[in-house]
Design a protein around this ligand. Structure first.
Ligand code: ADP
Ligand code: MG
Length: 463
């Protein structure tokens, strides 16, 4: 039986829907229900704590206005979190294929577009079977992210929520996410893992709005055990998608289900994302993947070579690639593939010369612009001499040798001419620079500790 309050509520709901639109209404206002009235106070139920916060800041004012209009009385509205409120949020314990939409009938007589999520394979997004923990090489730059990813896939108990992985392109975020999903599925096929890119999330959401089928869209998130959304920066400045994302995110977290999100920067640095969402994204564990270092790049190359069944690549080529292709792992893999494909095509073994030729363009774009000033600063620091002395006319050996090293490195690492380099070293003549370069070249042959010093310097300057 309907109480007068519930009756009034029906009218108010219709007004709220008209005012805020279907999408907002369905996401935020539809799940509200009238609990009871106490004096001049109406208690309204909200299914989750996060929704409660959200509704309070965004819609409570308008809801109260409508109550007052509808009843002609000064009424206060209070929100209470209650899981019994209509409609209850379904909590599925495990994946039950039977509860998913039946796939084949829809497909066989489906006209045109096939609904996303309509069959098991397109549920979420397919995983790349190469992206596993086994094939992920761990180094200093990614060990935190890796450890966190492992932790999430080994424990069914949620320890931090969400796990937020971030870093530049091509550094292994998607690889780690697929590895988590694959590992969880392998350990316990019952657990329902939903992985999708933020782009796909948006695409599906908009489509659901267009076909007035948001129920099916929402349904897929209801019973997930693990929700993974890749590249969240994609929904920057997409307001309604963000709102829906936030709603979905909160609902899953509220049920103590694991959420894993990736982005191209830290939550607080994400641009065009609502503050509320940014702050929530940072509540769990935030782990970043840094650019790779030389050792990690060598490790990755070796692991890829093994996977390709060609561990016979000359060391100097592997080292050359690891030293030159520093932008990201994707490019490093691309370079390796290009070289091996080329070698196969021409039927010759991979050589350093071949590699340099085949990768000319890549190497040029990866060349970091080292400035002479930077070289001078590093060299002075390394040999513990003052920068001003390095640039001065002093001839004491303690400064003269580091100065020659700096000139040598300037010649090796920059495209400056000898006169230009001379000018940057306190206006010296180009013959002085030439002499320094020759001298260091000679010394490198005989003085192994100097050789090592230069190698160290070159490495820090180039990475
Ligand atoms: P992101 O999602 O961060 O842009 P991806 O995960 O797509 O980067 O990685 C790009 C490529 O580099 C993939 O082929 C991935 O397998 C590879 N990759 C990245 N990091 C590693 C690593 N540590 N070990 C092995 N392969 C890696
Ligand atoms: Mg990615």
């Amino acid at each position: 039986m309907m109480t007068p309050w519930q009756d009034a509520w029906q009218g108010i709901r219709a007004k709220l829907r008209a005012e805020f639109g279907d999408a907002t209404f369905d996401s935020w206002l539809k799940p509200l229900g009238v609990l009871r009235a106490e004096g001049s106070k109406v208690l309204i139920t909200v299914p989750t704590r996060f929704m409660c916060d959200w509704v309070k800041t965004h819609y409570l004012g308008r809801i109260t206005d409508h109550w007052r209009q509808e009843t002609g009385a000064v009424i206060d509205v209070e929100l209470v979190v209650s899981v019994q409120s209509p409609p209850p949020i379904a909590i599925a314990v495990a994946a039950q294929p039977a509860t998913r939409p039946a796939a084949s009938p829809v497909r066989s007589n489906g006209h045109g577009e096939e609904p996303d999520g309509g069959n098991e394979d397109s549920y979420g997004a397919p995983l790349d079977s190469r992206f596993t923990f086994d094939s992920f090489v761990v180094g200093k730059s990614n060990e935190l992210a890796h450890a966190a990813a492992r932790r999430v896939s080994n424990n069914s108990k949620v320890q931090f929520n969400p796990l937020f992985l971030y870093g530049g392109v091509g550094l292994g975020k998607t690889h780690l996410m697929h590895a988590i999903a694959a590992e969880i599925r392998a350990r316990n096929p019952e657990r329902k893992v939903l992985y999708m890119s933020a782009e796909k999330f948006m695409y599906q959401f908009i489509r659901a709005l267009r076909y007035k089928d948001t129920m099916a869209f929402k349904e897929q998130f209801r019973s997930v055990d693990v929700l993974m959304i890749d590249d969240v920066q994609f929904i920057a400045n997409k307001d309604s998608t963000q709102e829906e994302f936030f709603h979905t995110f909160n609902a899953v977290i509220d049920q103590h289900r694991q959420v894993v999100i990736s982005g191209d920067r830290s939550p607080s640095d994400l641009e065009g994302i609502e503050d509320r969402i940014k702050s929530r994204l940072g509540w769990g564990l935030v782990a970043d993947v840094h650019p790779t270092d030389y050792e990690l790049r060598v490790g990755i190359l070796q692991s890829k070579l093994e996977a390709m069944g060609r561990p016979d690549m000359p060391n100097e080529v592997t080292e050359f690639l690891a030293r030159k292709i520093i932008s990201n792992v994707r490019e490093l893999e691309g370079a390796l593939n290009r070289v091996t494909a080329y070698a196969e095509l021409v039927g010759r073994p991979v050589s350093l010369e071949m590699t340099q030729e085949v990768l000319q363009d890549l190497i040029r774009s990866n060349d970091r612009r080292v400035s002479i000033a930077e070289i001078q600063r590093h060299v002075a620091e390394y040999f513990n001499v003052r920068l001003s002395d390095l640039l001065s006319a002093r001839r004491a050996r303690a400064v003269a040798r580091p100065r020659q090293v700096a000139m040598y490195l300037a010649k090796q690492l920059t495209s400056r001419s000898l006169p230009e380099i001379g000018r940057k070293f306190g206006g010296r003549d180009h013959t002085t620079v030439m002499h320094a370069v020759r001298r260091i070249e000679e010394l490198r042959e005989t003085d192994s500790s100097l050789d090592q010093d230069i190698e160290n310097l070159r490495r820090t300057l180039e990475t």
